[in-house]
Design a binder for this molecule. Sequence first.
Ligand code: AP5
Ligand code: MG
Length: 246
Amino acid sequence: MDSGREGASGDGVADAKSEPGSPAAGLKRALILLGPPGAGKGTQAREVAKVYGVPHLSTGDMFREHVAQGTELGRRAKPIMESGQLVPDEIVLGMVQERVARPDCAAGCVFDGFPRTLAQAERLEAILGGIPGLAGRSLAVNLAVDAEEVVRRIASRRTCRKCGAIYNTGGRMPRVPGVCDVCGGEVIQRPDDREEVVRQRLAAYEQQTRPLVDYYRKHGRLIELDGSRDISTVQRDLFAALERAG
Ligand code: AP5
Ligand code: MG
């Protein structure tokens, strides 16, 4: 699994027009979803990837899949993730570099939870530089949400163990309790969603990831959105901003 969601959805979020920036014209960007844990990166990334028909690359989902499959990489990542720390850059970068080199990323992709350190951001630019069509085409979207709200959202999140689909006890839940609507997998609470781990994840975000907001702003590659509003309002503004960015 790479959290790839393919094909235009036609579910009415953004009408297909072949103007630059519209879904029909393709994404042609490495879109980067930034924001603290629980900001809604996965929720919005899935929708953009679906509508534009490009892969959704969630490094968190990739690590969770490695953990589930018991690979060597998964064995190294598991204790780090469960403590709320970041997995070392060289592990993340090796995994991303291999994935983004595949042909399905040539027309664009949506990164969710990557990059998370300045070293990862700089290396991503170098990797994209080697991909015709994506060189110099990164664009970051910062979903700003305060800590109190993200703690509330994470406490009520449920996730499919198999495909990573996201649910919320206060909103959309599976039609059959505990069974994913998308793939039939088991819907669970993520092991790193315990309160003390969430606090550590927030600290890691503040120290290591928040500086990326300034990094992308300085490079003129940042869209800033108020992520504290409801899912469909954030989604509408995100699609509008993508169309404007072209
Ligand atoms: P990862 O899986 O990326 O976790 P995260 O960044 O902590 O983010 P979350 O997945 O918790 O939140 P989200 O922003 O995706 O929110 P969601 O859409 O689910 O990483 C996990 C771990 O892997 C890391 O801690 C680290 O150890 C490791 N890792 C991963 N990538 C790494 C990297 N690049 N470098 C190093 N280590 C890495 O939404 C949350 C909930 O809120 C859901 O229930 C949803 O329904 C709800 N919701 C969403 N939007 C709204 C809204 N607008 N209003 C109300 N509710 C909403
Ligand atoms: Mg996520």
